[in-house]
Design a protein around this ligand. Sequence first.
Ligand code: SF4
Length: 241
Amino acid sequence: MTIAIVDTSHAAAVNLQAPLAFEDDKRHHGRQIYRLLTGNDPAEAVIDDDFNFDRHVIASILAVSAMEHGALAERAGLSTVELIALLAQLFPAAAIDSTWLPINGAAPAPDDDEIAMVRDLLTAQRSTDGDVSRWLAAMVARRAMEPNHLWEDLGLRERSELSRLLMRHFGPLASRNTRNMRWKRFFYRMLCEDDGFVMCTTPVCTQCNDFALCFGEESGESRMAERRREVALQEAANAAM
Ligand code: SF4
């Protein structure tokens, strides 16, 4: 079964006749999927209230996951059933269709010990009730397995959005990051302290060779912005030919 999303309420803003391009260029479609879900371009997201912020975060995770190879639900850290429930709850205006946002099969959520440890760490320290923080714990844990800064691999626009997400939904845990560690490294530090998970080679950070990895700046370019820049460069090169 292949399922996908068409937001009929914003059909005029997107080209619904371009399914082949989805396979040709998944990364380009990250932004399109974000627009289909929210009705806005990621750069114009309005996140002044908590509900819109949550929708922005989850649309960003789905968009960046859809830019990669593999089943969307797995890349986003959810089972297919969870993904469908999430879409129905947060993006009810987006109609399910077989063209956009492919969701392949009835796959279970990713089954990986490391993902489970991070997910359980987050889940145990939720500061909001309900499905959204439960889904987010799974999504953040899965995306933490990717190689870039966590905020980048969540598809967010900047690190501050990740900090807000963690403070909002996982406040007891996030508030322990008093030294502004990189978030992914902070999770592992918490696992070291709480569960004996091995990342830290010394008990004291200042004596550790990995200090820069844990406390270095978490700056960079969002993956959407990076893609926009690549497209602009490609268009300029094409125009020059
Ligand atoms: S700097 Fe070293 S000891 Fe401190 S959290 Fe990072 S890995 Fe662990």
